[in-house]
Design a protein around this ligand. Structure first.
Ligand code: FES
Length: 240
């Protein structure tokens, strides 16, 4: 069983934003991915057609985590009493104890808005105000870097990313929204982008996107950037 977590006031400012919550590669077909956004536990999965679902990770019946349940293709089944919920709506479609009855329409999982773009999955806990620049202007030819979990608030992580020099990407860093830092060469070409996921009030996940055209030696550059991010994580965590 899991406990419901009310949103910490420090996270409330992010409620209406689209925020990256996983890479596409984290949620392969048939998988139930356990994520976390603004203190909310998430069950992330895709149906047989590839549609992405981002749900509260809590069965409406008795609160069991849905990520320990079963993926049935177009439904997710809770492990405890076997209630099933439909892709898309999250509505309950089957209760084993009452196999011949249609479940009441009011029974359903809490569903979050979700998008899948450019190799990432994005979600918003409440009605998003608009599509953020962090989605709309991702470099067309880019490579995701390794993600890094940091035991620090998103604001601290964003400020540190802004200050840190990420060789070999180089360039000038700019915060284009509260959860996105972009690095550009003097020519204006984007070389690097950091997307920040506030998981909880004191834990963040950083996803890196590296422009493939920079430097040519993609693998070597990625290794250096990943190492640089780990180094930054150690610095941040030592200070918080
Ligand atoms: S707790 Fe999920 S079906 Fe009972």
């Amino acid at each position: 069983m899991n406990d419901r977590v009310s949103m910490h006031p420090a996270l409330a400012a992010y409620r209406h934003r689209w925020i990256v919550i996983a890479r596409t590669a984290d949620v392969p077909a048939g998988h139930l991915f356990h994520g976390r956004l603004l203190g909310e536990e998430l069950a992330v999965w895709r149906n047989n057609a590839g549609h992405i679902n981002v749900w509260e990770n809590r069965c409406p019946h008795r609160g069991v985590r849905l990520t320990i349940g079963s993926h049935l293709g177009d439904q997710l089944q809770c492990r405890y009493h076997g209630w099933r919920y439909a892709t898309g709506s999250g509505g309950c479609v089957h209760i084993p104890a009452h196999p011949n009855e249609t479940p009441p329409a009011r029974i359903g999982v809490k569903v979050f808005r979700a998008l899948e773009r450019s190799g990432f999955i994005w979600a918003s806990t409440e009605e998003p105000s608009s599509e953020p620049a962090s989605i709309a202007h991702l470099p067309a030819d880019h490579h995701p870097l390794r993600s890094a979990i940091m035991r620090a608030p998103a604001e601290v992580v964003a400020a540190a990313l802004l200050r840190h020099a990420f060789a070999p990407a180089g360039g000038t860093a700019q915060r284009i929204d509260p959860l996105t830092v972009v690095v550009r060469h003097a020519t204006g070409q984007e070389t690097l982008r950091w997307l920040i996921q506030p998981s909880t009030v004191d834990t963040s996940i950083v996803y890196g996107v590296h422009a493939a055209t920079v430097g040519g030696a993609w693998l070597e550059a990625a290794q250096q950037l990943n190492a640089s991010l780990q180094s930054l994580r150690s610095t941040i965590e030592a200070q918080t």
